[in-house]
Design a protein around this ligand. Structure first.
Ligand SMILES: [Zn+2]
Length: 120
């Protein structure tokens, strides 16, 4: 092999190694979903749509299933809405990022309840 071919080969080889490390970095650093919460699997058949378009609720962020169960007083709950003399509160898992669909699903679900939506 000529010297120039060896040079080209080593540059291409180095580029391949770099691309491999870059792909590995992308995989390791990709956004993660909430570890303790899975997307809701339960199907709701009855749906009463929201009847108002403005609502205010305080969100209480939880960082574990146990915390949600304790705050909602429902073991295994994904989240809940509490309405009492103090006002309205949503207990929801703290999203890890904007791609954290299970956590965002729960937040949206509970917020729909504050707007009057109901399910079975
Ligand atoms: Zn609900």
């Amino acid at each position: 092999m000529s010297k120039i071919m060896e040079k080209i080969f080593s540059v291409v080889y180095a580029a391949c190694i770099l691309m491999l490390f870059y792909a590995l970095y992308q995989f390791v650093s990709q956004p993660k979903e909430t570890q303790f919460q899975q997307p809701r699997q339960k199907l709701y058949y009855k749906y009463v749509p929201p009847n108002i378009s403005r609502s205010a609720a305080e969100v209480v962020w939880a960082d574990s299933s146990e915390e949600i169960g304790k705050l909602c007083d429902i073991p295994g709950a994904y989240g809940c809405r509490i309405k009492d003399a103090e006002g309205e509160r949503i207990i929801a898992p703290r999203p890890r990022n904007f791609n954290d669909l299970p956590a965002l699903q729960t937040l949206g679900h509970e917020f729909l309840h504050t707007l009057g939506a109901q399910h079975d």
